[in-house]
Design a protein around this ligand. Structure first.
Ligand code: NI
Ligand code: MN
Length: 226
């Protein structure tokens, strides 16, 4: 399984011939190395409805016919825009050809703001567990620290966890370091920082707070094999 990070919360996984894109916020993301036109994923996984996560999903999914897997209300909203969707909800999982996806809780909001400045509420935000090739990846989405992270890690031992460290809207570095102690992943990758002034962080400060788990600070475009 090849995993790459592309700025903000964008993660790409390549496994068994499938390309899976998480939270493809490309336009407006000053950190990303990706272009919308070049994205031909088979699957897009969304954690919640905020614009910095849904991003360019509709355009990419329409051009590539990618399947969009998202929390139910968000999946419905996107399906009305002509996108192929599969709704899931928290605690539910589904085995797809490309791997198994399970949604976890996340403590955050979930709404999409349209160009007309309407706010469409899109249900509950989620984290995503992705299982393929005998590996487990946890993308926490946007969330606060919560004690049931311990349960998530016990129930599904995690190979790689993507955790937000930006603070202000999500966990900051100290809470994210505490989250690592609860989740006990083999590897943790910090995400959701430095995209906007209010979420500026030095990921190496986060790395220094963690002793047991390996921390990989990935620059946008960097890849790892697990
Ligand atoms: Ni958010
Ligand atoms: Mn966000």
């Amino acid at each position: 399984m090849k995993i790459s990070y592309h700025g903000h919360s964008i993660v790409k996984i390549q496994v068994n011939g499938y390309a899976i894109l998480f939270d493809p916020f490309i336009n407006g993301n000053k950190l990303t190395d990706l272009n919308v036109e070049d994205q031909k994923p088979d699957v897009i996984l969304l954690t919640h409805g905020h614009n910095d996560h849904v991003g360019d999903t509709v355009e990419i999914a329409k051009a590539s016919n990618a399947l969009v897997v998202a929390p139910d209300e968000l999946a419905n909203y996107l399906s009305w825009q002509g996108v192929r969707t599969h709704p899931l909800h928290i605690g539910g999982s589904h085995a797809f050809d490309f791997g198994k996806v399970k949604l976890t809780q996340a403590f955050h909001g979930s709404s999409y703001t349209t160009e007309k400045r309407e706010i469409i509420y899109t249900g509950m935000p989620a984290g995503i567990l992705f299982f393929a090739d005998g590996k487990t990846v946890y993308h926490a989405g946007d969330t606060a620290l919560f004690s049931d992270m311990k349960l998530i890690g016990e129930r599904h031992p995690i190979d790689v966890a993507f955790l937000p460290i930006g603070d202000n809207f999500t966990m900051g570095p100290e809470d994210a370091a505490y989250a690592v102690a609860l989740l006990k992943p083999k590897v943790v990758v910090p995400v959701h920082y430095n995209t906007f002034p209010v979420i500026e962080q030095d990921p190496h400060d986060f790395a220094e707070m963690i002793s047991i788990t390996e921390v990989k600070v990935l620059n946008p475009g960097e890849e790892m094999d697990i």
